[in-house]
Design a protein around this ligand. Structure first.
Ligand SMILES: Nc1ncnc2c1ncn2[C@@H]1O[C@H](COP(=O)(O)OP(=O)(O)O)[C@@H](O)[C@H]1O
Ligand SMILES: [Mg+2]
Length: 476
């Protein structure tokens, strides 16, 4: 390495916000960045004359991520509590030369302030739910105002009222919100409500389904590009979705499907409050409120190495879990009435539900939650010959528990080749039907790609070719 390169490297290490440890293949600490002293509470000289084995034994590194990399020979990421009680997130990478582990570079970032914010929020949430319990006997003004404030959303169950009140309270802050829950429970609907309740209601609500963008287009779609950034780029350049959310809310749905590289870039935008378009060098300031949603267990995704822990921490400031409909059946009557009213208006007839239908609806499992209930009602409304809907025999809603998974019935069994059809037409029809069926049952284009053994961008292209929607669970 030339002297210049050495100076460049030194400047990077010394000026980074992160703390670096450079460790030899045997565990000896070779170099550290200046800030590490303060975070780990050990003088620089002492750190430099130790091995990571010794530092772990002395409780300075709890635990040592370098040892983890030495053991597994693979990059690792974990949370540490330092001797001074600071919480840091550490990442470490092995450096192999001719197949031999020569160095381990670890990088840690202090998350204590973020943690304090979360603790503060947890306390707030606790006080808030205590307040709700106290006020349950005599509903306060907030409670009464809730129904007026909710635009079209039905919340009768205690748990949903609590969630709606919480969202209303935090709407005016700029804190990131993480919406969790099965598909169809209302994550998107409540994200929109949050936006309407916020000070940003006059700004845009930009919805991005992370599972529906082909991986190779992600960066240009999200971050935008400068003129001439790549072949085929629009001549005048383009603002990305993040910039389009300026002054409003950016809603990232299916955040668990965000590719790792994009996770790193998104994290940087959150930290810096600015982004750089593809092919540009100048960062631009951005100002949006971030709301994300997923039906995955993000904690598990972090463990599996598919989701960055530090991004997870950033997003998880206000987690809101919407329970499945089967756990809050009190909400069903309100939802059914509102939906029936909408259908009656849309189709200009006054239909009502027979008594038996009501009891079946109340007792069904609804694995697809509110979305499935709405779809079922619309089908029943349309297929009912009289104004009293009684069509359960034809289309019973699922009574199954979600655990009992049905094998996929292949479209080919139900679709014999037609007489006039060519092989090409027949195969295209099968392909279309298969894709349609899978987008009804699988949560994302990535899941469909895995199921079919083709790439995700190929799934997106085929869906577009046949004019099909990406998985229903992702659309509004
Ligand atoms: N509490 C609610 N009141 C009225 N409609 C709801 C409610 N929750 C969900 N919906 C409706 O159910 C459908 C599915 O909700 P959505 O927000 O898209 O679910 P998710 O994003 O969790 O998959 C949408 O049509 C939505 O408007
Ligand atoms: Mg949604």
């Amino acid at each position: 390495m030339s002297e210049i390169d050495r100076c460049v490297l030194q400047t990077i290490v010394e000026t980074a916000n992160d703390h670096f440890f450079i460790v030899g293949g045997d565990g000896r600490v070779l170099d550290i960045s200046p800030g590490a002293e303060a975070v780990y509470g050990v003088p620089r000289d002492e750190l430099l004359s130790s091995s990571v084995q010794q530092l772990q034994q002395a409780g300075v590194l709890k635990p040592s991520i370098t040892l983890e990399v030495m053991r597994t020979q693979r990059p690792a990421q974990l949370m540490q509590v330092t001797g001074t009680g600071r919480r840091v997130i550490a990442e470490a990478y092995p450096v192999f030369v001719n197949g031999k582990l020569e160095r381990i570079i670890s990088r840690s970032r202090d998350l204590t302030d973020l943690q304090l914010l979360q603790d503060e929020y947890a306390l707030l949430q606790k006080r808030f739910s205590e307040h709700l319990i106290r006020s349950h006997a005599t509903p306060d003004a907030d409670e009464q105002a809730l129904d007026d404030a909710l635009d079209n959303l039905q919340v009768r169950s205690h748990v949903m009222r609590e969630i709606a009140l919480l969202l209303k309270r935090v709407a005016s802050s700029d804190a990131n919100v993480l919406m969790l829950g099965e598909s169809g429970v209302g994550k998107t609907a409540f994200a929109k409500q949050l936006h309407r309740w916020s000070e940003r209601r006059g700004g845009p609500f930009i919805e991005v389904n992370c599972a529906a963008i082909p991986e190779n287009l992600f960066e240009s779609e999200m971050f935008g590009y400068q003129p001439g950034a790549f072949s085929g780029a629009a001549r005048q350049g383009k603002a990305g979705l993040l910039e389009q959310a300026e002054g409003g809310t950016l809603f990232l749905d299916e955040i668990g499907e965000l590719p790792l590289l994009m996770q790193t870039k998104l994290l940087k935008v959150i930290q810096d409050g600015s982004l750089t378009r593809l092919g540009d060098t100048r960062p631009r300031r951005v100002d949006f409120r971030l709301v994300v949603a997923t039906n995955q267990d993000l904690g598990k995704q972090v463990e599996a190495g598919n989701f960055r822990l530090d991004l997870y921490y950033r997003l998880n400031v206000i987690p809101v879990t919407l329970p499945p409909l089967r756990d809050r059946r009190e909400d069903i009557p309100g939802l059914v009435e509102a939906c029936l009213k909408r259908l009656n208006q849309r189709y200009g007839r006054q239909k009502i539900l027979g008594n038996q239908v009501w009891s079946t609806l109340m007792g069904s499992e609804w694995p697809g939650n509110v979305r499935e209930l709405e779809n079922w009602l619309e089908r029943a409304w349309l297929s009912s010959p009289t104004d009293q809907i009684e069509v359960l025999a034809a289309h019973p809603p699922a009574q199954l528990s979600p655990a009992s998974v049905q094998p996929m019935s292949t479209p080919s069994a139900a679709n014999p080749m037609m007489e006039h059809e060519t092989l090409k037409q027949y195969l295209a029809r099968l392909e279309r039907d298969t894709l349609e069926q899978l987008s009804d049952t699988l949560p994302s284009t990535y899941a469909i790609a895995r199921r079919l053994g083709i790439s995700q961008s190929s799934v997106v292209r085929r869906l577009q070719r046949y004019g099909l929607n990406a998985p229903k669970q992702q659309s509004v």
